[in-house]
Design a protein around this ligand. Structure first.
Ligand code: GLU
Length: 277
């Protein structure tokens, strides 16, 4: 392993930034954070995360949400009595589930008088100059008008090789496209450990200096409902860190995780990738 781990102190989410006193935050919420063990949508957790995003906005931060959960959500909506292939399942369940997911966000954010807008995107939108510009312009005008973008992959169209690796990759591209100050990846694990997270000998890696290679520590297992895993989080985090954006991996199942990251980062478990100054 090159570089130092756990060598630098945690920084707080600084409450003063260049944009009207706040930061631009991209927050990715994984399918596992939003679904119960039986695969049903965890509305209580979703509601708690919405409360915290509303709090971050009250602190003057801009937030872009990248939310998974459409496929998991749709799977619970409809019992299908005949076999569907992988592509059909993804298309059917995401089409059903995305409506439910965004509808719920709409209702929850409305309590805070926050307008939300849906952005469904695909890999090629980041490859073509014109589509990239249009997408960025759309999200800029949303932010300028106080609308909170909720981004997901357009799962109905993006199948097989057209797909992002997962929403970790997508959130990394969004953070770079929107020149975010910070990307927060919320998963069901506290961050990157020096061994298997269930092994009591393993330690949480608190901070990762630029150029550090952690690949020896990355487990290849994937989580139950999401497409990503720690490997994809690490790959995304390293790329985004190299682009000069701070990245935090934290556990979205922990109560008040976003508020605690902002207010008491020293005692809130997470892994932070510190960008080159
Ligand atoms: N876009 C997929 C969904 O909303 C999730 C992709 C992922 O797990 O990263 O279900």
């Amino acid at each position: 392993m090159k570089g130092n781990i756990n060598s630098s102190k945690h920084s707080t989410l600084p409450l003063k930034g260049e944009r009207g006193g706040g930061l631009r935050l991209v927050i990715k919420i994984g399918s596992n954070v939003l679904t119960r063990p039986d695969g049903k949508l965890d509305v209580t957790r979703m509601s708690a995360l919405v409360d915290q995003v509303a709090w971050l906005r009250q602190q003057g931060h801009e937030v872009i949400l990248v939310s998974s959960g459409a496929v998991a959500c749709g799977r619970r909506e409809l019992k299908v009595d005949h076999a569907l292939d992988t592509v059909e399942q993804r298309q059917l369940f995401s089409a059903l589930g995305q409506v439910k997911l965004v509808g719920l966000y709409y209702d929850l954010f409305r309590e805070f008088h926050i307008h939300v807008g849906q952005v469904l995107t695909m890999k090629e939108n980041f490859q073509s100059g014109e589509q990239f510009e249009n997408q960025r312009a759309c999200m800029r005008v949303m932010l300028e008008n106080g609308v909170l973008p909720i981004v997901n992959e357009n799962d109905t169209v993006c199948v097989t090789e057209l797909m992002f690796t997962d929403n970790d990759e997508l959130s990394g591209l969004i953070a770079q496209m929107m020149e975010a100050d910070m990307l927060i990846l919320l998963s069901n694990i506290d961050g990157i450990f020096t061994g298997h997270p269930d092994n009591p000998q393993s330690q949480l890696i608190h901070s990762v200096a630029p150029g550090t290679d952690l690949s020896a520590y990355i487990q290849s297992e994937k989580s139950a409902f999401g497409r990503g895993g720690m490997h994809s989080k690490y790959t995304t985090a390293s790329k985004v860190q190299a682009a000069g954006i701070r990245v935090i991996i934290a556990n979205g199942e922990r109560e008040n995780i976003l508020i605690n990251l902002a207010e008491r980062p020293e005692t809130t478990p997470h892994t932070e990738f510190i960008p080159k100054q």
